[in-house]
Design a protein around this ligand. Structure first.
Ligand code: 5AD
Ligand code: SF4
Length: 444
């Protein structure tokens, strides 16, 4: 018999999606039902993100909305993930009526924590570490997609970039063993998954306690050995994110050159094009070091799609610093940029620096950056017209019922006329039109 009905809403990065999958699996094993209806669930869990202030605020808005719609039937509200880890006990007393607070490493104890709340405990708090014998494995059923799976390979971050809250919310780096990761890829392949994404805050900081499972695979770093072992599983597509520039060893590119199923996409967040700002951010590299990595990627055997993250308006960023960022973007010609206005995070060391750049100036720089990128992307996407790309079809297009949508190996969105029967297939599409952030084409 079901112990209760749980609805989970997820905010933030792929790591949170992976954590939600893990919690879902643990709850099912413990006889809870997972519901997709916030209106009727006994328990509502929010898996939260705190990377920027706005992400954090979203959760509280959602709690308000849901409480209003539920009227008198009050569900048990729980907060898990980064906000829970950072705010802890304070969340009980902020008026939102939160009953469960479960930190980033409490995922596997959630069935027990929810049980206690259902039994009447008013404030259930767990900010503890993972237990020694915890298993990372998530069953293949009930993932966010039946074709694409996220596989965490390293959790946490040791870098302490001065603006970033992640080392505080996710704790120190912990790597999964290669044997476990390879086993998970094999299982996913056997049930029809076509793509896996190896995820971590810094995948190239991968340092497992043992390399059992990597015997016979060469490579200059544990991560490039893992990539070669992953390629050998014959999973059709393997992607990985995020790479940290300083630790991006050229051998990663060699491994990608050797194996077609290591996909043609590298996400390499630069954050700024000014050495002065990079130093203030404590990123551990200079622009010239970063450009060497880019050169290795550009000189590879295949063309690798390149994406990055940029922060505008870091404290003390002058217009010359920002100009240097624009120049770097012009030089690297990224396939996509994820840009963010600097958001001060309490507890980080940049929080003490004050917030030197006005909101107005941040907005102006943000727009300038977007404009430049739009121009670069227009040309880059335009070059795809007339070419064939391989697309993993995963959904109906949001814009048109007669179109399907999917991703290329280089992570670009492609829409084309087609039916639901193509879902989960890898098809060839001839590109006929380039849009601002996607491609359009016809089945070959
Ligand atoms: N303000 C703005 N952007 C941030 N990021 C991380 N911390 C902050 C912050 N305090 C951005 C970085 C990172 C991405 C995931 O989020 O660009 O690469
Ligand atoms: Fe944050 Fe820097 Fe770690 Fe990335 S490397 S998660 S930006 S501290």
């Amino acid at each position: 018999m079901s112990k209760g009905n749980v609805y989970i809403e997820t905010f933030g990065c792929q790591m949170n999606i992976a954590d939600t999958e893990r919690v879902t699996a643990r709850l099912r094993t413990a006889d809870y039902e997972i519901s997709d209806k916030a209106e009727t669930a006994d328990v509502i869990l929010f898996n939260t993100c705190s990377v920027r202030a706005r992400a954090e605020q979203k959760v509280f808005n959602r709690i308000g909305e849901i409480k209003k719609s539920r009227g008198a039937s009050e569900p048990i509200i729980g907060i898990m993930g980064c906000v829970a880890q950072l705010e802890g006990e304070a969340l009980f007393s902020d008026g939102a009526g939160v009953r469960i607070v479960a930190g980033t490493r409490a995922t596997d104890r959630l069935p027990d924590l929810i049980g206690r709340a259902l039994f009447g405990e008013k404030r259930v708090l767990d900010l503890g570490d993972r237990s020694e014998d915890e298993e990372w494995d998530v069953p293949v059923v009930g993932r966010h997609s039946p074709y694409v799976a996220y596989i965490p390979i390293v959790e946490g971050c040791n870098k302490f970039c001065t603006y970033c809250i992640v080392p505080f919310s996710r704790g120190r780096e912990q790597s999964r063993t290669p044997a476990e990761i390879i086993d998970e890829i094999n299982k996913l392949r056997d049930v029809g998954y076509r793509e896996v994404q190896l995820i971590g805050q810094n995948v190239n900081s991968y340092r497992p306690k043992t390399e059992a499972g990597l015997e016979g695979f060469c490579g200059a770093t544990p991560f490039s050995r893992l990539l070669r072992a992953a390629a050998a599983t014959k999973m059709p597509r393997i992607k990985f994110t995020t790479s940290f520039p300083r630790d991006f060893h050229p051998d990663i590119v060699s491994a990608m050159d050797e194996h077609e199923n290591l996909c043609d996409w590298v996400h390499l967040p630069v954050q700024s094009g000014s050495d002065r700002i990079l130093r203030a951010m404590r990123r551990g590299y200079k622009v010239a070091d970063y450009l060497l990595r880019i050169e290795t990627i550009k000189n590879a055997k295949r063309r690798y799609s390149l994406t990055t993250d940029i922060i505008v308006g870091f404290p003390g960023e002058t217009s010359e610093d920002f100009e240097a960022t624009l120049q770097l973007i012009e030089h690297c010609r990224y396939d996509a940029i994820y840009s963010f206005k600097y958001s001060e995070r309490p507890g980080t060391s940049a929080a003490g620096l004050g917030d030197g750049v006005s909101d107005n100036e941040k907005a102006t720089r943000f727009l300038a950056l977007e404009q430049l990128q739009r121009r670069i992307q227009k040309k880059l996407y335009g070059d795809y017209v007339g070419r064939e790309v391989s697309v993993l079809v995963d959904r109906q297009s949001a814009k048109s019922k007669s179109d399907m949508s999917g991703h290329t190996t280089c992570n670009k969105v492609v829409n084309f006329p087609g039916g639901e029967e193509l879902k989960g297939q890898i098809v060839s599409i001839r590109v006929s039109e380039a849009k601002a952030n996607s491609l359009y084409g016809e089945l070959v």
